[in-house]
Design a protein around this ligand. Structure first.
Ligand code: AQP
Length: 351
């Protein structure tokens, strides 16, 4: 059985990186797989504990899911806090994972900064909760941006260690599924989940600095296009985007050492749904003064309807809550079934 799981944190405005790296792919995958899409609200406590409007932010991400085209009937859409088994499985994974594994995570190093002793324990254990999110549903595929690749590798390490440590009990209970690890065929309870990191915009960069990831937490609003930006703002941000003085190259090799040009070409390709080769073939030799208006027009064409739909859906918070409640019930039933087996495998006395 193949199943997709992914999530977005309710930590501020969604930007074009979140859209191209995650949401746009979620929508395409709903036609191919059974999918579960979560608003991972408990993750948002790891860096900032007290939020002014966490419930509203949670609804806003759910509205963005729906506005991007996710169907709440075909997919399970819910927020993490409604299904307490996420935290429960994360605790077990905290006991499976090693501190050294967590210490090596680049996102932890970046977010904790120099004063690591003062970072929250939750920030360090973040990947354990992420592994629990995915493995609670025994998801086989996770669409994410490039920045989450390391966390997905850790998810596989946790699954593999759990499968190894409890191999005898898993086999005795008959809960194992045959899977391939390298050349070996083993019996495991949790799948070794594959990341889905594909396409021309797996790492959208800041519009002000092509070497930095486009991010919600960048202090400059000009560095990102927010899904809530209106058409004029989108066009202004693209006009002001940093570029070099050369015309666009006619092939992909010509993008080497030109991170800003590479970023804008990648964004254009992802929005248009074409390969980057096609974009350089079309715009090669032209100046940014010609390319930027074309990119702005395309971005507005794709994002304006999502923006309008987000506003329409957000005006009805009771509807958004009903989607999250219904999704939470469906996710909760699946989570309960997994945890019943996990309790038995681990030997926890719960019934
Ligand atoms: N720049 C990006 N390019 C491509 N994909 C991206 N994602 C994030 N930034 C980019 C993908 O969006 C999904 C949801 O991300 P998240 O909300 O869980 O958290 P994040 O990665 O921490 O988002 P930000 O904007 O980068 O927040 P801060 O500023 O807090 O670091 C994920 O699939 C992610 O890969």
């Amino acid at each position: 059985r193949q199943l997709v799981f992914s999530g977005v944190q309710p930590t501020g405005n969604l930007h074009l990186g979140n859209y191209l790296g995650a949401l746009q792919k979620f929508v395409a995958l709903q036609d191919v797989y059974e999918c579960i899409y979560c608003v991972v609200d408990m993750h948002s406590l790891t860096a900032t504990l007290v939020h002014d409007d966490l419930a509203d932010q949670t609804r806003a991400i759910a509205a963005a899911y729906l506005a991007s085209g996710l169907d709440p009937k075909r997919n399970i859409i819910f927020n993490q806090a409604r299904v307490p088994q996420h935290a429960e499985l994360a605790w077990i994974f905290n006991c499976v994972a090693r501190i050294g594994w967590m210490n090596r995570m680049t996102q932890f190093k970046d977010k904790a900064g120099k004063d690591r002793e003062n970072a929250s324990l939750g920030l360090l254990a973040y990947p354990s909760l992420m592994a629990a999110d995915i493995l609670l549903y025994r998801a086989t595929h996770v669409p994410v941006g490039e920045d989450q690749k390391q966390h997905l590798e850790l998810t596989r390490d946790i699954a593999q260690k759990f499968n190894n440590d409890f191999s005898e009990r898993i086999a005795a209970l008959g809960y194992g599924v045959e899977m391939k690890v390298g050349e070996e065929r083993v019996n495991g309870f949790f799948p070794l989940t594959e990341p889905l990191i594909e396409g021309p915009a797996t790492r959208v960069m800041s519009l002000r600095d092509g070497t930095k990831k486009m991010s919600k937490s960048d202090p400059s609003d000009l560095s990102r296009i927010n899904l809530s930006d209106d058409a004029d703002t989108i066009a202004r941000k693209i006009r002001k985007a940093k570029t070099d003085p050369e015309p666009l190259p006619g092939d992909l090799e010509g993008l080497a050492g030109r991170p800003e040009a590479e970023n804008l070409i990648g964004i254009y390709a992802a929005l248009a749904g074409v390969a980057r080769e096609q974009v350089v073939a079309e715009f090669g030799g032209r100046q940014f003064s010609e390319f930027k208006p074309a990119l702005a027009e395309l971005a507005v064409e794709k994002l304006a309807p999502i923006n309008a739909e987000m506003r329409r859906i957000s005006a009805d918070p009771a509807y958004v809550d009903s989607v999250l409640r219904d999704g939470g019930e469906r996710a909760g039933a699946l989570a309960e079934a997994t945890m019943k087996k996990v309790h038995e495998i681990v030997g926890l006395l719960t019934d």
